[in-house]
Ligand binder design. Structure first.
Ligand SMILES: [Zn+2]
Length: 108
């Protein structure tokens, strides 16, 4: 398989054309595909914080919902990334981003 280097139109990184789709590198494709799940994750996370501060009893239930969203993130990444180690790294990154996002998102 011959492979020329192209620039990802999102992050600008130079990547083999075999790894790109729509001029996007794998990292960016994964990141973009996560947007909706990450929002869902952030929404649930905030909800849990809210319940927790009100001594709510739904905290465990919401934690399960969060775990389900993280499972969906994992399986989506595995669908996109055939290399297992790479998939693991990307999942780690996405989970960290999702769990850290609660500090930066406002409203809703
Ligand atoms: Zn990129």
């Amino acid at each position: 398989m011959s492979s020329i280097l192209v620039f990802c139109r999102d992050c600008g990184k130079q990547v083999p054309s075999s790894e790109t789709q729509d001029q996007l590198c794998l990292d960016c494709r994964v990141r973009r595909s996560m947007a909706e799940l990450r929002d869902e994750h952030a929404r649930l996370w905030r909800k849990r914080e809210r319940y927790r501060s009100h001594n709510g009893s739904n905290v465990a239930q919401i934690s399960r919902q969060i775990a389900r969203v993280e499972d969906r993130m994992a399986s989506r990444i595995r669908e996109m990334v055939s290399n297992e180690r790479r998939a693991g790294e990307l999942l780690q990154r996405e989970l960290e981003a999702a769990r850290g996002q609660r500090y930066t998102i406002k409203g809703v």
